[in-house]
Write a protein that binds this ligand. Structure first.
Ligand SMILES: [Zn+2]
Length: 338
């Protein structure tokens, strides 16, 4: 899964380091809490001085679709807490639709341990209190780590507040770079990793796998004991939400299906996607086949020199795929899938 390069431009070197979290060393200036088979990257000061690149059309669509809507304060109880396996919970929007995603963001996985809580993703920033209320209904332990599946605000928007509370935020080095490129970013996660990493807390283990699909640095978060994976936005299980690649963040459709194959190599029972209800291994196989079918139908239509509009219409008719914000995806797909 993924060649990895450290943010400082050096290739990952050396044998895997196996170093475990310790109760008294949770902060990222102590690298001893993560194991990485490639490299572990602390946020270097240079990231803050990177030139701000202009957003592409695709990124703007994401911004319009998600980030702008995040500024509205949510009304009413937007989410509920589900136990999905013994010791593993998710915070999910009550309404599994696009409107709720735009208001509240994606799923949050909650993994309590005796030494603190590990969260995967953090919804939009205004959802912080809602998330914390649900975590507190499970345990009085603090949130120690928040792993971000990727850079998009509907997953990462709440992380700054978690960081301010003392949690360490972890994301792939590639998506850390994506976050650093965003104009006016006020804050960046403390830790980026490349390739694979393991996190140990309170006797529990979490494995991180960096893959490329939805963005160039998606993270699969695997709980090997509970046999659960949080897969971020490699796919969504909300009917209204099509599979989306963010080309401006370095994603790709070929990678999308390849990485679902990588996901299938993990020994799991349930996958919690970034949006929508959890799915079984059998469901993931079906999703993988659908992604490949859409991809190859797209390639055929593209070779027939169909227009963007015709391709969108055909895919919507044949697969129910292509509703917003997928149209923002089609120009990039036309470049990639020739
Ligand atoms: Zn996303």
């Amino acid at each position: 899964m993924g060649n990895s390069v450290c943010l400082d431009g050096k290739a990952p070197t050396g044998a895997p380091r196996r170093i475990h979290a310790r109760e008294n060393s949770p902060r990222p200036n102590d690298p001893n809490f993560l194991t990485s088979t490639a490299c572990l990257v602390m946020v270097p000061p240079m990231l803050n001085t990177l030139n701000r690149l202009s957003l592409s059309v695709a990124a703007l669509l994401f911004a319009i679709g998600f980030i702008a809507n995040a500024q509205q304060a949510p009304a009413g109880p937007p989410t509920e807490l589900h136990k999905i396996k013994e010791g593993v919970y998710e915070i999910a929007n009550i309404d599994a639709n696009l409107d709720a995603i735009r208001k509240y963001g994606g799923n949050v996985l909650v993994y309590p341990t005796n030494d603190g809580v590990i969260l995967v993703d953090s919804k939009f920033e205004p959802m912080h209190d809602d998330i914390m209320a649900k975590v507190k209904s499970l345990t009085d332990k603090p949130v120690k780590y928040v792993i971000l599946t990727h850079n998009h605000a509907d997953h990462s928007g709440g992380a700054a507040k978690m960081s301010a509370m003392g949690a360490t935020i972890i994301i792939s080095a590639d998506d850390l770079e994506n976050m650093a490129r965003a104009p006016n970013h006020a804050w960046l996660p403390e830790v980026g990793y490349s390739g694979r990493a393991q996190l140990h807390l309170g006797g529990k283990e979490v494995q991180l796998y960096e893959v490329r699909g939805h963005t160039k640095g998606d993270t699969l978060v695997y709980l090997p004991v509970e046999r659960v994976v949080e897969s971020g936005d490699l796919f969504a299980t909300v009917e209204e939400l099509p599979y989306i690649v963010d080309y401006s963040s370095g994603g790709g459709w070929m990678d999308l299906s390849n990485e679902i194959d990588e996901l299938l190599k993990l020994d799991f029972d349930l996958v919690v996607p970034g949006h929508g209800p959890p799915v079984t291994r059998q469901d993931v196989v079906k999703i993988r086949n659908r992604v490949v079918a859409i991809r190859e139908r797209f390639r055929a239509l593209n070779r027939e020199k169909k227009t963007q509009e015709e391709i969108g219409q055909t895919l919507m008719k044949e697969f129910g795929w292509g509703k917003e914000p997928a149209p923002g995806n089609i120009p990039g797909m036309m470049q990639e899938l020739r």
